[in-house]
Write a protein that binds this ligand. Structure first.
Ligand SMILES: C[S@@+](CC[C@H](N)C(=O)[O-])C[C@H]1O[C@@H](n2cnc3c(N)ncnc32)[C@H](O)[C@@H]1O
Length: 221
């Protein structure tokens, strides 16, 4: 069971009663996603076309922001996302992301298209944006594809330590293209150590409102 909550920038997030954790920062869900994943990840990497792998699809906010960015910047994207507990339709329908972000009517529809996209298939949403949603467990998943950019958006290590292990990071590192990056909101010491052990170089970056720092982890050429 999830509960809807308005965050400081007016955008919704969900509170998971199962994990006792918010899906996003209560200081601004859209602000956080835009900062951590789009600005520090997609915009920074400037790779076109780019292949992205998101850990924890959830509300689809990161995918939606990426799609809007792709439309505005003529960016081609193949977007993989894994999710173990897909949201119920009523949760998806209650979210206000399109009210805030959509500037044209078709941008409304594409949020629902991301959610409606069949699992386990590459689905073209726009000519420059396709999504492949994987219904599965990220702790066990072995990707058979390569990617340039990882959006690491699991629940916090205090709630789900099994999502922040060296083993997962090492597996992802192996499938990350040279020069590729992983971005996440989490800067916990154990997480940084696990990322470094897996081969990443770590950069700490200024965080969004309510958070001092966030992370970018780089696979150097
Ligand atoms: C912090 S939320 C973020 C979700 C999403 N990125 C968003 O913006 O809404 C973490 C997500 O990870 C999912 N998750 C939890 N355990 C998982 C697992 N073992 N494998 C894949 N996804 C998992 C949760 O269901 C949730 O949707």
């Amino acid at each position: 069971m999830n509960e809807l909550r308005i965050t400081s920038d007016g955008s919704h997030t969900l509170y998971s009663n199962t994990f006792r954790e918010y899906f996003h920062s209560i200081f601004g869900a859209i602000t956080e996603s835009q900062h951590v994943f789009i600005n520090n990840g997609l915009h920074y990497l400037k790779k076109n076309p780019v292949t992205i792998f998101e850990i924890g699809f959830g509300t689809g906010l990161n995918a939606y922001l990426t799609l809007l960015y792709a439309l505005k910047n003529k960016q081609s994207v193949i977007y993989y996302a894994i999710e173990k507990y897909p949201l119920e339709a009523h949760d998806i329908l209650s979210l206000n992301y399109t009210n805030i972000l959509a500037t044209e009517s078709h941008e409304d529809e594409i949020f629902m298209q991301l959610h409606a996209a069949e699992w386990g298939k590459l689905i073209e949403i726009k000519s420059n944006f396709s999504i492949f949603k994987i219904k599965g467990d990220a702790t066990l998943f072995l990707p058979d594809f390569y990617f340039d950019l990882i959006y690491y958006d699991a629940f916090a290590p205090e709630k789900q330590p099994e999502m922040w292990t060296y083993e997962i990071f090492r597996r992802l590192y192996g499938k990350l293209n040279q020069g590729g990056i992983l971005v996440t909101y989490c800067v916990k010491g154990d997480v940084k150590r696990a990322l470094k052990k897996a081969g990443f170089n770590i950069e700490k970056l200024p965080g969004p409102p309510g958070k001092r720092e966030v992370l970018r982890a780089v696979k150097h050429c």
